[in-house]
Design a protein around this ligand. Structure first.
Ligand SMILES: O=P(O)(O)OC[C@H]1O[C@H](OP(=O)(O)OP(=O)(O)O)[C@H](O)[C@@H]1O
Ligand SMILES: Nc1ncnc2[nH]cnc12
Length: 175
């Protein structure tokens, strides 16, 4: 029988703060066939939009983005939190549910005209993916799409990413 990836999501109430239902993808990673199936679905999507580069936000975006890049034979551009990248960078501030943060990319990591798919484990407010998309565009790249394992319903992720094609393997409620 086909694998139902929803069976491999752990839901933890009040983590990391009260009122947040944390959707944990680590059970997918800990099961070979489930991990392979998630990567297969993300890869099929990236291939369907002719990706020639993958961008993945630290840290969970690395886990799913890298195997997709390898299976397509394209590069992987890291999107990192402050203080991690030693060379020249570009950056974009973004809002979280509470407060704000800033993400960084190597300034030459995307070449003009490259078709970039942004991959992450989860779409919540969309702030992380939108900040990534803005940096990709600043470098002259084309955001071919954004792909997630989970989309949280009840949060404005889709609205935030309304200018982009969005693929997700599953949707789950945010509470
Ligand atoms: O749609 P958003 O509201 O931007 O939220 C989604 C982001 O939040 C989580 O990462 P987090 O910043 O917690 O970092 P981590 O992957 O290092 O745990 C998740 O992995 C996404 O990157
Ligand atoms: N509810 C949630 N579960 C896991 N990761 C998240 N990132 C933002 N919101 C999240």
């Amino acid at each position: 029988m086909a694998i139902d990836l929803k069976d491999y999501i752990a839901s933890i109430p009040d983590f990391p703060t009260k009122g947040i239902l944390f959707r944990d993808v680590t059970p997918i990673l800990e099961n070979g066939p489930a991990f392979q199936e998630a990567v297969r679905q993300l890869t099929d999507y990236a291939k369907s939009v002719n990706a020639d580069m993958i961008a993945g936000p630290e840290s969970r975006g690395f886990i799913f983005g890298c195997p997709v890049a390898i299976s397509l034979g394209v590069g992987f551009a890291v999107v990192r939190k402050p203080g991690k990248l030693p060379r020249e960078t570009i950056s974009c501030k973004y809002d979280l549910e509470y407060g704000s943060n800033e993400l960084f990319m190597n300034k030459d990591s995307i070449k003009p005209g490259q078709r970039v798919v942004i991959i992450d484990d989860l779409l919540a407010t969309g702030g992380t993916a939108k900040a990534t998309a803005q940096m990709v565009e600043q470098m002259g790249g084309v955001v071919a799409g954004c792909a997630f394992v989970i989309e949280l319903d009840g949060l404005p992720g889709r609205e935030t990413l309304k200018d982009y094609d969005v693929f997700r393997i599953m949707n789950l409620s945010d509470h």
